[in-house]
Design a protein around this ligand. Structure first.
Ligand SMILES: [Ca+2]
Ligand SMILES: [Ca+2]
Ligand SMILES: [Zn+2]
Ligand SMILES: [Zn+2]
Length: 503
């Protein structure tokens, strides 16, 4: 299919003698930055894939980059694609999807204005003091235009924004590409706000002798604050590196202001208290923030997945938690609708190959780097996988994708894009699991299953739930994943029961 794609592209090339970017690279480029649907979608699109589809992707890119809109892979377009730029996507949907408003941000915002940052490491081409001065200047640009304040903390301390320099594959499935092209990428607040720089770039304190670190950092910090790319080419938040940028553009300041006003803070989302058991009686609803204690009532997780940035997300009803290794992060639970931009409960969540897929009924929402890049029927992405799945996960045992629905499970080969022969099979193959599974995930190289407020760790080589004489599985999910402990757990239950009785 890649070949066919390339052939169509060649027909769109406008008589270029020496193209710096090959047609297949141009196709990858349009995918990476959100102008064309990813390959798994195109594969299933089959014959419907047409040169007009690709033309439209090119038009969208040309429009966003302020190039003549030709729909062809002309010289100006190829030159633009060869430029240094930020690795975050430009578009939040495929070209067929309705274009999002420029400031329709789904990245959330920080619940505090005094933010901290730290260096995980430093670029080899600059001294520590040069690096710190460049980063300080970059934050200053944002401080000068907002009430936000940034301070550096030392390595051992927690920081809101972590700064890291890395080459190639660095653990988040969004590999850097050597000198040129992608310079850096960054995560929205809800995905941690961290910034990664491509260590292969000639980082410099001056744009005359390399890539000016401060300029690139200032752009990336915009993402750390929840801002998307701007199609105003002179804005700091425009995706391309511009050595002459000296500060924020009015477009950036407006974007920040709009976001400060309308951007939803994780801390301030409306929440609804949950009853520990289904009840026909009305339960009290409250618009105040749920105290952390009420997370502890034997929560069952509808869906759970660990993103490539290391954060784990657990969904229940309309709410979700971001989990660290011990408990839930401050400010959670938060509203799924507010942060992810999708309404209703989630059936299952799967992170694979850099994408996070959220399953709801017949529908799949695909997210990458914190941005929704696609919404489709499940069957158009995962052929022959049913609607209303219970759980989806990459099994640590073999790197294949598995889906569970009822007492059946499907093994899916992602590289072939097909269900393996002979599936679905009975869930009883997975030794020691209950007859129903709420959710499952791969977490730090191991697979975990969740059911009715309890969880099981799976021993891949035994094809059975892990055995533990001290504390056998299943174990309480809220204790392990939300950090609930004895008293807190009891109090949480008692409070909820009291409310249910009263009303
Ligand atoms: Ca690069
Ligand atoms: Ca589920
Ligand atoms: Zn960017
Ligand atoms: Zn990265």
């Amino acid at each position: 299919m890649r070949l066919v794609f390339a052939v169509i592209f060649i027909s769109l090339i406008d008589e270029i003698s020496s193209a710096a970017i090959s047609p297949s690279k141009a196709a990858s480029y349009l995918e990476k930055f959100g102008y064309a649907a990813p390959p798994s979608y195109r594969r299933s699109a089959g014959n419907r894939m047409s040169s007009s589809y690709l033309e439209e992707a090119l038009r969208a890119f040309q429009e966003f980059s302020d190039l003549p809109i030709t729909g062809k892979l002309d010289e100006a377009t190829l030159t633009k694609m060869d430029e240094k730029r930020c690795g975050n996507p430009d578009m939040t949907g495929t070209v067929n999807a309705k274009r999002k408003k420029r400031y329709a941000l789904k990245g959330g915002k920080w619940d505090h204005k005094q933010l901290t940052y730290k260096f995980i490491n430093y670029p080899t081409k600059l001294s520590v003091s040069q690096s710190e001065s460049e980063i300080r200047t970059a934050f200053q640009w944002w401080e000068d235009n907002s009430s936000l304040r940034f301070s550096k903390v030392t390595k051992g301390e927690h920081a809101d924004i972590e700064i890291m320099f890395a080459v190639g594959d660095h653990g988040d499935w969004d590999s850097f590409d050597g000198p040129g092209h992608t310079l850096a990428h960054a995560y929205f607040p809800v995905f941690g706000g961290n910034v990664h720089f491509d260590e292969a770039e000639p980082w410099s304190i001056s744009s005359a002798s390399g890539v000016k670190l401060g300029t690139v950092a200032a752009h990336e910090f915009g993402h750390s604050l929840g801002l998307s790319h701007s199609d105003v080419t002179t804005a700091l938040m425009a995706p391309f590196y511009s050595p002459n940028t000296k500060g924020l553009h009015s477009d950036d300041i407006q974007a920040l202001a709009v976001q400060e006003l309308y951007g939803k803070s994780l801390e301030k989302t409306d929440t609804v208290t949950q009853s520990p058991v289904p009840t026909t009686g009305k339960t009290e609803q409250t618009n105040t923030k749920v105290p952390p204690i009420s997370s502890c009532n034997g929560r069952r997780f509808d869906a759970i997945t660990r993103l490539n940035n290391g954060s784990t997300y657990a969904f229940q009803g309309e709410m979700f938690w971001r989990l660290n290794d011990k408990n839930a992060d401050k400010g959670f639970p938060a509203s799924i609708r507010t942060v992810w931009g999708i309404s209703g409960k989630v059936d299952a969540a799967l992170t694979f190959n850099g994408n996070t897929d959220i399953f709801q009924g017949h529908i799949l929402h695909r997210f990458r780097n914190g941005i929704r890049i696609q919404t489709s029927n499940i069957s158009s992405i995962y052929r022959n996988i049913p609607s209303f799945v219970d759980a989806a996960f990459e099994w640590s045992g073999n790197g294949k994708i598995y889906f569970i629905k009822g007492q059946k499970y499907w093994r899916y080969n992602p590289s072939r894009g097909a269900v393996a022969f002979g599936y679905p099979k009975s869930l009883s193959v997975w030794g020691g699991l209950p007859k129903h599974i709420d959710s499952a995930m791969k977490w730090k190289g191991k697979t975990y299953f969740f059911e009715n407020g309890q969880y099981y760790r799976f021993a891949d080589y035994k094809m059975h739930v892990a055995s533990s004489t001290e504390s056998p599985y299943p174990r309480r999910a809220d204790e392990r994943w939300l950090g609930c402990r004895g008293n807190a757990l009891m109090t949480g239950l008692a409070q909820n029961q009291k409310r249910t009785v009263k009303t």
